[in-house]
Write a protein that binds this ligand. Structure first.
Ligand SMILES: *Cc1c(COP(=O)(O)O)cnc(C)c1O
Length: 453
């Protein structure tokens, strides 16, 4: 080390000076009142080459992406744009919302609706995939548009909005489907709805007796934190238990404004979770994610899911190998607080739903012991009980009351002894083939002579 001769070394005793917020240099004439007004933010979103050229040094790839005809909608709030690094084309904020020509390149496995949501929609905009909960798409609008949007087939089109009739049909389906005890509002971003419309939807949902929990999936606290204000909190807190999942991808998103927004939401009694999409070149690093989750719990947001990037058009260049997600969980579990560790999931193509993926911690087992390893590689054995009395569902009130939906019991049904096997369609026909040829009940039958005989 060259010590004091190093020109980058700070003079002793002096604080590293923070660069001035880009807001004041880029929007010098905008008053605090305007900047903190969510309507001002929405009407001043960046979407043209000229808008972006004022804020960042555009690369030829970005210019081509912005000029490409028919690209997925571009719109970025000044708040989010002010976090961009003007000189770094790999800036994680910039990469999430500024298109490049790469998003137009199709990849082999891509699908328009990789999660088969449309096939699971009993009425437009309502996805009923799981036994006890539904996803309700209530708007096509967002505060800013993520380039890797999993619903780019429906999101962003200002002319294709959900109508009053759509809402009526969605609510009617829920009201007539008593197994739905959890309704997840998404879109688009539900917090983009006018407060009056959102309040109307929430109160109609709350009026359905079997709807126990309502959830909102949103990125507004990140893109438009000024939208989280006391009036909105007063409205939302009427509808408890109300949960919220916020889409965070990078520690740089957590600004003082975002901290304040999450504080207000938490103070309104809303349990907050985060959902993160694993993105190549943006957050595909165990230490970036570790910083993110630790920063999140400081603002009372519990990391909930990390998603493997979906097989959606436009997202090909954001995909990582699945091993990256496993590596990230390996770096979190045990190494940091348990409530910092989200569940890594692949939302299975074809509508299989979310499937958790994690490192292997169970190494082996025998009748009497299981062998497990911890995050440090310490391997130990756990001695199993020898006097365990089997749980008896016949005398358990909860087992007697349970009414699993046929066909959705899965492996749980095998364990409970309700079914013996789960077979793919056509399995039985295929495996009856031996009965179609002259079968000799003598074993072994030489295969070569079987047809001749
Ligand atoms: C993610 C999702 C849910 C909610 O799943 P949880 O694991 O309960 O958070 C419900 N319905 C659909 C269609 C979903 O994609």
């Amino acid at each position: 080390m060259k010590g004091a001769e190093n020109e980058f070394e700070e003079p002793p005793g002096e604080e590293v000076e923070e660069p001035p917020p880009r807001r004041t240099t880029l929007w010098p004439d905008v008053s605090d009142q305007q900047w903190n007004d969510w309507r001002w933010q929405l009407t001043h979103r960046l979407n043209t080459i000229d808008d972006f050229a004022r804020v960042i040094r555009l690369t030829p790839e970005e210019v081509a992406g912005l000029l490409a005809p028919g690209h997925f909608r571009v719109d970025v709030t000044p708040h989010f744009a002010s976090l961009m690094d003007p000189n770094d084309p790999n800036c994680p904020i910039r990469r999430q919302v500024v298109p490049t020509i790469r998003e137009l390149v199709p990849f082999e496995a891509e699908m328009a609706d990789s999660l088969a949501e449309d096939a699971h929609s009993p009425v437009p905009g309502l996805v009923h995939r799981y036994p006890d909960r539904v996803l309700m798409l209530v708007t096509t609008q967002c505060a800013s548009y993520c380039r890797f949007c999993t619903r780019s087939r429906v999101v962003g089109d200002s002319k294709a909005q959900f109508s009053r009739t759509n809402y009526d049909q969605q609510l009617d389906y829920i009201a007539h489907t008593p197994q739905v005890r959890d309704v997840l509002l998404s879109g688009g971003d539900p917090l983009m709805l006018s407060p009056r419309v959102l309040e109307g939807l929430l109160s109609r949902l709350r009026a359905i007796p079997h709807v126990e929990v309502i959830r909102i999936g949103t990125r507004v606290p990140v893109f438009l934190p000024m939208r989280i204000n006391p009036e909105l909190m007063a409205m939302l807190r009427q509808f408890h238990p109300l949960w919220m999942n916020i889409h965070f991808n990078h520690p740089k998103e957590i600004t003082p404004e975002v901290r304040q927004a999450c504080g207000m939401l938490a103070d309104a009694g809303i349990p907050l979770g985060s959902q993160t999409v694993l993105l190549a070149g943006i957050n595909d690093c165990p230490n970036v994610i570790k910083t993110l989750v630790q920063e999140l719990v400081r603002i009372r947001v519990r990391p909930y899911y990390i998603y493997q990037c979906d097989l959606v058009h436009g997202a090909g260049h954001f995909r990582t190998p699945v091993g990256k997600g496993i590596e990230i969980i390996e770096a979190l579990r045990g190494h940091t607080s348990g409530f910092c560790v989200p569940t890594y999931v692949i939302d299975a193509p074809g509508g299989g739903g979310k499937i958790p993926i994690m490192p292997q911690y169970l190494i082996s087992q025998s009748e009497s012991r299981v062998v497990v390893r911890n995050f440090e590689g310490f391997i130990s054995s756990y001695v199993q009980p020898t006097d365990y009395r089997l749980h008896d569902p016949a005398t358990c009130a909860y087992c007697q009351a349970a009414r699993p939906e046929p066909g959705q019991e899965g492996v749980e049904g095998l364990l409970a002894g309700h079914t013996m096997a789960i077979a793919p369609e056509g399995f039985d026909q295929v495996h009856q083939r031996l009965t179609r040829i002259a079968w000799q009940p003598v074993w072994p039958v030489p295969v070569a002579t079987k047809e001749v005989v």
